[in-house]
Design a protein around this ligand. Structure first.
Ligand code: NCD
Length: 307
C-alpha cells in the first residue's frame, strides 16, 4: 500500500508525474470531473486547519468524489481516549483514502501502519507537511520552469516550520541547489535537517539573520509564520513574532524575477502592500495546492486498486 507520509516517499520521477497531472487538470478540468465518483476521502484533522483541509475537500469534490471527516480532535473519539491506530482501522471500513493532520509527530505514520487504505500526512506537529510541498513544487515549476540551479531563501520560523523541512527534503534532490537560511538564532533550522539533508547532499548553505543582505542572490524567497502553537511560553513568541516583516522597501535589492512563496496563513510577515507585486506567488500557490492534491488522490487510489 502506498501512502504519502514524507515527501521522500516519492521519487523525483513520481513528483514530476504529479506535476504533469496537475498541469493537465488545470488545462482540462472537465476530463477529471467524474474520476472519483463513488469514492470517499476521510479528512481526520486533530489540529486546526482551514486551507489544507478545505483544499483536500475541494480536490475530492472536483474529482466527483465525497468527503467525510472531522475538523478538531474534540469532535472525534480521540476525546474519549481512542488511539490513532484504532481510529485509522475504523475509518478504513468507511472510506477509500485518509488525509490526516495531527499535533504529534509520527501520528500519520502510525495510522498508515494500521489501515488497508492510503494515508496522506496533512501535517504532523513541527515535523513534515508533504502536501504543502506539492503545492510549493508546482508553484516553483510554473514560475521557474524547473528545479535546477535555484538559490532558495527560507525566512522566519525554520525550527518549527514543517513546510520548510519538507520543501528542503524535496529540493535536495535537484542539481545546483543553494540554500540561504534566514532566521533569528532561536528559530534556526534543526540540526538534523542540516546534517541529514543539506550536508548529506553536499548542498551549499548559509545561515544568517539578515534578510535584506541575502535578498539580491535569491531566485525564491520562502517566507513563514512564527509557529505560536509550538512555543513553550508566550513571552518567547511575543519577542520573536515580528522578527521579519517583508515590506516593499526590503524588496529594493531583490531580483526582478524573484518568486515570493508563503504556505499561509500569513500573520504579518508579509505586508499586504506586496500582494499586488508580480513577484508575490502565495495566492497562486494555494490554488496549485488543490490541483496537486487532486493529482495525489488519483495516484494513490489507482495504486491501491480503488480506481
Ligand atoms: C502551514 C502548516 O500548517 O504547517 N500551513 C498550511 O498548511 N498551509 C504553515 C503554517 O501553519 O504556518
Amino acid at each position: 500500500m502506498r501512502h504519502l507520509i514524507d515527501i521522500m516517499d516519492f521519487s523525483v520521477e513520481e513528483l514530476q508525474e504529479l506535476i504533469d497531472t496537475a498541469n493537465d487538470i488545470i488545462a482540462h478540468p472537465e476530463f477529471y470531473a467524474d474520476r472519483c465518483r463513488g469514492k470517499k476521502l476521510a479528512t481526520l484533522f486533530f489540529e486546526p486547519s482551514t486551507r489544507t483541509r478545505l483544499s483536500f475537500e475541494a480536490a475530492m469534490y472536483e474529482l466527483g468524489g465525497n468527503v467525510i471527516g472531522f475538523s478538531e480532535a474534540q469532535s472525534s473519539s480521540a476525546a474519549k481516549g481512542e488511539s490513532v491506530a484504532d481510529t485509522a482501522k475504523v475509518i478504513s471500513c468507511y472510506a477509500d483514502i485518509i488525509a490526516m493532520r495531527h499535533p504529534k509527530e509520527g501520528a500519520p505514520l502510525v495510522a498508515s501502519l494500521n489501515t488497508s487504505i492510503p494515508v496522506i500526512n496533512a501535517g504532523d506537529g513541527g515535523h513534515k507537511h508533504p502536501t504543502q510541498t506539492l503545492a510549493d513544487l508546482l508553484t516553483i515549476y510554473r514560475e521557474k520552469g524547473g528545479f535546477e540551479n535555484l538559490t532558495v531563501g527560507f525566512c522566519g520560523d525554520l525550527k518549527f516550520g514543517r513546510t520548510v523541512h519538507s520543501l528542503i527534503d524535496a529540493l535536495s534532490r535537484y542539481e545546483g541547489l543553494k540554500v540561504v537560511l534566514i532566521s533569528p538564532d532561536e528559530l534556526k533550522l534543526p540540526s538534523y535537517v542540516k546534517k541529514d539533508v543539506l550536508a548529506a547532499h553536499g548542498i551549499p548553505y548559509k545561515q544568517t539573520t539578515d534578510l535584506e543582505g541575502a535578498m539580491p542572490q535569491l531566485d525564491i524567497l520562502y517566507m513563514t509564520r512564527v509557529q505560536r502553537e509550538r512555543f513553550f511560553n508566550e513571552e518567547d513568541y511575543l519577542r520573536l513574532k515580528d522578527s521579519y516583516i517583508l515590506t516593499p522597501e526590503k524588496l529594493q535589492n531583490a531580483r526582478a524575477d524573484l518568486s515570493i512563496l508563503h504556505p499561509l496563513p500569513r500573520v504579518n510577515e508579509i505586508s499586504v502592500a506586496i500582494d499586488g507585486d508580480p513577484r508575490a506567488c502565495y495566492f497562486k500557490q494555494v490554488l496549485y495546492g488543490k490541483y496537486m492534491r487532486m493529482a495525489l488522490i488519483l495516484k494513490l487510489l489507482k495504486e491501491a486498486g480503488r480506481l
